[in-house]
Design a protein around this ligand. Structure first.
Ligand SMILES: Nc1ncnc2c1ncn2[C@@H]1O[C@H](COP(=O)(O)OP(=O)(O)OP(=O)(O)O)[C@@H](O)[C@H]1O
Ligand SMILES: [Mg+2]
Length: 313
């Protein structure tokens, strides 16, 4: 559906996107992640046909995004980072106007306007001026705008930015409901969202691709491999004994609560020291009131990536 090859974009001689290549297959939901200034919005703008690349190519459904931008735009629902909504228009009027601009007309335009308003939860505010809506509602209107011409591909630049937790969940459900007929490329800084929604993650940093894999493979491939938390009642040197267990890299003493001590153990990749802790506790006659493992998250992957080379430009 999307094919990007050696795509580069410079602004006034400064490279923002530096020779990236990746593919998105039909029906996939791909998360596009990276620190501020990484080049996500730049890439998405190029893919939506709103800006030419400096070099390299990108095609959508086999069509060049810049040379055949009209054909591409009919295939793409693009939600820009700061959606340029017409603030003096009412919601319904605006969506009607946008739908017409995208080639809908007559009854189809009317019906479809109603459908996307319902889908994005803005029917109740349809007569309100966009300028008077809260940020979350404006985001929903922008999403309805991206969807109105029934594009098979959605390119969404931080669609949940500014939404409250309930609305974030609603957008997640909405996006899930769009599969498998739709292909989605979305950028976000909410990594838990990506873990729950995306089939694959493309991570970009300083305009270059640093990772391209499933969330699961990314977290499993991490050098730092999560932690185990334990709360026990035992000897004061319990931390030292925990540290000596195979697979434990580091023990951090957390709070103590009267005679209970809490420790966080950083462990090696693909190890699980929980059973060894149980055995040690039995041998030492410690009491355990809590023991759980915290697997690494996409956030850990992201932090490792962002720390992997020089600080941002
Ligand atoms: N119109 C522009 N003119 C000049 N430089 C720009 C322009 N737009 C973006 N840049 C620069 O290009 C780089 C990439 O910016 P971009 O907006 O693509 O990053 P991003 O990954 O979307 O970041 P964020 O997470 O903050 O949205 C940054 O260094 C930015 O300052
Ligand atoms: Mg951006």
């Amino acid at each position: 559906m999307i094919s990007v090859s050696q795509l580069t974009k410079s602004y006034a001689g400064r490279v923002a996107v530096d020779g990236i290549s990746f593919e998105v297959a039909p029906g996939e939901i791909v998360g596009f992640l990276g620190p501020n200034g990484a080049g996500k919005s730049t890439t998405m703008r190029i893919l939506s046909g709103y800006m030419p690349p400096t070099s390299g190519t990108a095609t959508i459904g086999g069509k060049d995004v810049f040379r055949e931008s009209l054909a591409v735009r009919s295939q793409v629902g693009y939600m820009p980072e700061n959606a340029p909504l017409y603030l003096e228009m009412a919601v319904k009027e605006y969506l009607h106007f946008r739908g017409a601009l995208k080639g809908l007309s007559g009854k189809d335009l009317r019906v479809r306007t109603g459908e996307v308003m319902e889908l994005c939860g803005v029917t109740d505010v349809r007569r309100r001026l966009i300028g008077n809506l809260s940020k979350g509602y404006r985001q929903r209107v922008a999403l309805a705008d991206a969807l109105i011409h029934r594009p098979p591909l959605l390119i969404l630049d931080e669609p949940t930015n500014g939404l409250d937790p309930t609305q974030i969940r609603q957008v997640r459900e909405l996006l899930r409901g769009l599969r498998p007929q739709h292909t989605i490329l979305l950028s976000t800084h909410i990594l838990a969202e990506v873990e729950q929604t995306c089939d694959r993650v493309v991570m970009i940093h300083h305009g270059r691709i640093k990772a391209n894999d499933t969330p699961r493979n990314l977290t499993q491939g991490l050098r730092a491999a999560g932690t185990v938390y334990v709360e026990l009642q035992g000897a004061k040197d319990a931390g030292k004994k925990l540290d000596a267990l195979p697979g434990v890299r580091k023990v951090v003493t957390e709070k103590t609560d009267r005679d209970w001590q809490a420790y966080t153990l950083r462990i090696e990749s693909n190890t699980d020291v929980r059973e060894a802790i149980q055995e040690l506790a039995t041998k030492e006659q410690w009491k355990i009131r809590e023991l759980h493992r915290q697997l690494p998250t996409l956030e850990d992957v992201f932090i490792e990536l962002a720390a992997s080379d020089a600080p941002g430009r």
